[in-house]
Design a protein. Sequence first.
Length: 356
Amino acid sequence: MRSLAAATVLLAGLAAARADDEGSAASSRVRWTGDALLRGEAVRDAPNPTTSDFERLRLRLRPGIEIPIGPEGIAAGAGLLASIASDSNDFNMIRIDNFVSDEITIDRAYLRFSGGEIPLAATIGEFETPFIGTEVLWDRDIRFVGAAAGYELAPAGKLVAQRLYGGASVGSQNHEDESQVAAVRWEGEAARGLSFGAGFWYFAETAALVAAGYARTNRLAAGGADYLSDYRVCNLTIGWEVLGERRPIRLRLDYLHNFGADDRRDGGDLRLDWGELQDRGTWRLRLMLQRVEQDAALAAFGGDEWWFRTHQRGARLGFAVALHERAHIEIAALRQRRDSLDEWLERGWVDFVYRF
């Protein structure tokens, strides 16, 4: 159902673009999007005897385009996902991946609207998440399948900028098309590099996720057909940015509280960046720390670079160097422990990334 809906939006957008502007003028307005990822990784001491220690190589291509269509401020976008890996698809659920090792599918298909003089933007279809934040709540590689909109608010008081946005998605994970998520978030920027954010996430029809194999580290109700807790998650954020003369420093702290759980419902995510990736030779050092109780967030959508999404604590360190303004290489290491276990899981990877 998702593929059919996405294909419909994709074909409608491309047909409108062709009717709107034939020939080379239209092709000159095409904007390439997406990325290519080549990753080699190794995992040690995973708590599963079938796949405790392993290495694998993965290649993922996500080429896409965005084309202006119709009146000014309207664009259609489309993209494909092609992936191939040294491990088979049979290991994806065992190794708690969000995506399939070997597949070709539609990755994005959307219409985007911007208000011109009105500071409003909206997207409908299948697209990248508009919520750029903690991976505890949403893996940046999982697509929104629905609609989202954002509005730039006027500065107020000590806030030099603020924005309100929200969205809803249905059937966002693989092999299910019933789960529902709705979220709203406000973000504001103040002087001296300070920023603040507050959001609320509501998840419904979660039994579809359990049936599709995404129970993961959350507790299940008696009988195992659905989760024990509901998921109504509040996310509060504070950030600090120091640009400096040479390399910027950025600090972000996210706090999570699930009002739908009776206990084990709090979590936190701290990210520290030193440097940023721009031209060739620039670099970034990133440290991430997490402590997430078992039902603080819905593990079905958590970032899959963390083996455990909840019920865990861990640290991740990465160093990236820009090879080009569109390409970089990153070396990262993760050490993480599930609350109910004594052993620490260790994971390391090397990424080559190219942005189209």
